[in-house]
Design a protein. Structure first.
Length: 368
């Protein structure tokens, strides 16, 4: 049984009518199937899907990103990679089943795969903690990313989480510190890293795995610092203002691409990834292959500088910073400014004496 969103009523009615036409039985018994009308109705459904999904507002996009039938990380891992070997535990506390991680092969290339998994039904969603990682999950990822860095293995991550788990136990075990350490580790990796936001990219729980050389995003996914409901509750004390909040947050793939927060939008079929999983799979596969090839000839230092410069350039307007690939990079600018600042601080006392002497002699000059 298909699950329809509240703005898909027209599609639901058309598809119900289509199912009735395809059924050769009616109240009067066996009847002929009207193939012409079926073809026309299918064309109408396709047209309606394109019309609706090309004009989604940010809140409707959020609903699509959360669709319960949307393909999860486990599906992509099983169908994109071969020889997958899952690896468990953080070697400190426990295993976190909300994140799947292990080694596998992508087109005969060894890679580390990390995926935040929400689960497909109630039982697996509870087991996976609805994709909300605990500190031990992030520490497991850190352990495996360091392993990948040691053996020069690229890292591919699938992001789909409402956020990091906010429970008391998670906070007691250092949730914020674990997220921060994961971001730090991700930024310092000397191997190509690719992150794909496949559903929800919620807050620091997503950023920890999205600090990558390339950040890709499915066209109906979302990526934000807080949920629209949470934002509306904080700003307006009214959780019903989700549309206004979603618009203000710029959480859609198109907005984030224009802001240079993400590097590429991966197209979904009309109606969302859940309507054609195979096509979505092929689009993701092509994008991963293209981006891996673009990074494979870079040295370790070039990969690290490329990644850091990419994130440093976010939010900087034209004329304020140079684009990547030019001779002078942002990291070099930061280093030069830092060195200049240190030198000024080192000779601060001498500068004070120098300026005081100038003021004193100027005073004497005007007096005498």
């Amino acid at each position: 049984m298909k699950n329809y969103l509240n703005f898909e009523t027209d599609i639901k009615n058309l598809e119900l009518e289509l199912e009735q036409l395809k059924d050769p039985y009616n109240q009067e018994g066996l009847s002929e199937v009207n193939t012409n009308k079926i073809s026309q109705l299918q064309t109408s459904i396709d047209s309606k899907l394109k019309e609706i999904y090309s004009n989604l507002d940010p809140w409707q996009t959020t609903l699509v990103a959360r669709h319960e039938n949307r393909p999860k990380a486990k599906y992509f891992i099983e169908n994109l990679f071969t020889d997958f070997i899952p690896l468990s535990g953080d070697r400190y506390y426990a295993e976190d089943k909300s994140v799947i991680a292990g080694l596998g092969k992508f087109e005969k290339v060894s890679v580390l795969i990390v995926g935040q998994e929400k689960g497909e039904d109630l039982e697996t969603r509870i087991e996976r903690n609805f994709g909300m990682m605990r500190p031990e999950g992030y520490r497991k990822v850190i352990r495996l990313m360091k392993l990948a860095d040691k053996f020069n293995i690229p890292v591919i991550s699938f992001i789909d989480t409402p956020g990091a788990y906010p429970g008391v136990g998670a906070e007691e075990r250092g949730q914020a510190e674990a997220i921060a350490k994961t971001i730090e580790c991700s930024m310092d990796l000397g191997v190509p890293t690719i992150s794909i936001i496949i559903g929800e990219g919620g807050s620091g729980g997503a950023v920890a795995l999205a600090s990558s050389s390339k950040v890709l995003m499915l066209s109906n996914a979302i990526y934000s610092v807080i949920s629209p409901e949470g934002c509306a509750t904080i700003l307006w004390r009214d959780a019903s203002k989700t549309l206004e909040a979603a618009k203000a947050m710029k959480l859609s793939a198109k907005d984030l691409f224009n802001l240079r927060v993400i590097d590429e939008i991966i197209d979904e079929p009309a109606g969302g990834a859940h309507r054609d999983r195979d096509l979505t799979l092929e689009n993701i596969k092509s994008s991963i292959e293209k981006n891996l090839n673009s990074l494979q000839n870079l040295s370790k230092d070039e990969i690290i500088n490329h990644r850091k410069n990419k994130f440093l350039s976010i939010g900087r307007g034209d004329g304020f910073s140079k684009q990547l690939g030019e001779e002078t990079s942002l990291s070099m600018k930061v280093t030069i400014l830092g060195n200049l600042k240190n030198k000024v601080l080192l000779f601060k006392k001498e500068l004070y004496i120098f300026f005081a002497a100038i003021v004193f002699f100027a005073f004497l000059y005007f007096i005498l």
